[in-house]
Design a protein around this ligand. Structure first.
Ligand code: NAD
Length: 361
């Protein structure tokens, strides 16, 4: 069977990483037909100023599966994040970021094996923002005041935090289903329901309802700040964590730090009938085109994709090859060596070559 997959190379280090991953995935023996589609600042001009061309979205919708490299977002100006735009357009509501320690990775922690499930359509990330000084912001502030809710300072920008029953229910349904499929034991809901009663409070209430419908799995909850401390002190007490959009973004980087950093943190975004596989890290523009960046997070995202398309045996084989490569510590990039200027560090494409040799050996 040939799997048709949309390949979005992205920008910055994205093209080198996705090329390394494509080669490694093909070396597993699984047959792919790649539908290459572009997005990001580099292709804007060709698409009438649109960094997220409709043809790219169409390709992902048609194939249902995409492997995506990171894409740069200009800070504080220019277009809205292509990554957020893609999640919105495809309604990719659940982001999964497994964080697992591999033997040989330089980290302070051992035996961490967490899965972060982040809701990605709602919360303060939903993009409902009012700029400081704009007429509509003054009107909103006036409306709030009329309803007894005065802003602490009049010269404020305002971001709105929507959290719905629908959005919360579907991400917890997904998380319990994912936990069961992956043989996990416990789901933890993370929130600040003590402070934000109408948003995080709703999140916790719905989480408990869904947990009651999935009583075969353990369930508990943690307040977000306490969760951060607990993760640093006892990461092995936790299994699958489910978080609203903003806490999920932050805590998934924290969890990536526990297992050795962004170089080994894969990810996937799931919607109804579509899934996009991409690493947690960004486009690291300073390493673009240098053949230096670590492709393992992108390759491990490819492992997640293999499982998603039912190629479990290839997924297990490739993950084993990655684990072996890390444990040997030879064919790894600079960030996985004892010091960052280690002359024995290899390049992005060499990591792919070493994995291909293991898979074909
Ligand atoms: P980043 O993840 O690109 O980089 C953070 C640090 O980690 C940098 O020092 C970088 O050099 C290093 N790093 C990242 N990936 C690496 C790799 N594979 N190998 C070796 N070192 C690596 O985060 P940032 O600097 O905050 O963001 C850069 C750009 O990426 C921004 O425009 C941001 O918006 C974008 N971004 C995109 C995505 C995505 O496409 N999903 C995710 C996060 C950030």
């Amino acid at each position: 069977m040939v799997h048709r997959v949309t390949l979005i190379p992205g920008d910055g280090i994205g093209p080198e990483l996705t090329e390394a991953t494509r080669r490694v995935l093909e070396a597993t023996g699984v047959a792919f037909q790649w539908d290459v589609a572009h997005a990001g600042a580099d292709v804007m001009a060709e698409h009438g100023g649109n960094p997220l061309p409709e043809a790219t979205l169409e390709s992902v919708r048609r194939n249902g599966v995409a492997l995506k490299g990171p894409i740069t977002t200009p800070i504080g100006e220019g277009f809205r994040s292509v990554n957020v735009g893609l999640r919105t357009a495809l309604d990719l509501y659940a982001q999964v970021r497994p964080c697992k320690t591999y033997r040989g990775v330089r980290t302070r922690f051992e035996n961490v094996d967490l899965v972060i499930v982040r809701e990605t359509t709602e919360d303060i990330y939903a993009g409902i923002e009012f700029e400081q000084g704009a007429d509509e912001t003054a009107a909103l502030a006036g409306w709030l005041e009329q309803h007894g809710r005065k802003l602490p300072q009049p010269d404020s920008g305002i971001s709105i935090k929507p959290i719905s029953i629908t959005g919360t229910r579907r991400v917890f349904d997904f998380a319990f289903d994912y936990a069961r499929r992956m043989g996990r034991r416990k789901v933890t809901a993370v929130h600040k329901a003590n402070i934000m009663k109408f948003t995080d409070g709703l999140w916790l209430r719905v989480a408990r309802e869904v947990a009651a419908e999935n009583a075969d799995l353990e369930f508990d909850d943690r307040i977000a700040d306490n969760m951060c401390m607990q993760l640093v002190q006892h990461p092995d007490d936790y299994d699958v964590l489910v978080l609203p959009n903003l806490y999920g973004d932050i805590v998934s980087d924290l969890a990536a730090g526990l297992v050795g950093g962004l170089g080994v943190a894969p990810g996937a975004n799931y919607g109804k009938g579509v899934a996009v596989f991409e690493p947690t890290h960004g486009s690291a523009p300073k390493y673009a085109g240098l053949n230096r960046a670590n492709p393992l997070a992108q390759i491990l995202s490819g492992v997640m994709m293999l499982h998603h398309i039912g190629e479990h045996e290839a997924g297990v084989r490739l993950e084993r090859a990655v684990a072996e490569l890390i444990a040997e510590g030879k064919s790894v990039t600079y960030d996985m060596k004892p010091t960052r200027d280690d002359p024995t560090a290899v390049g992005t494409s060499d990591v792919a070559d070493a994995l291909i040799a293991k898979l074909e050996g």
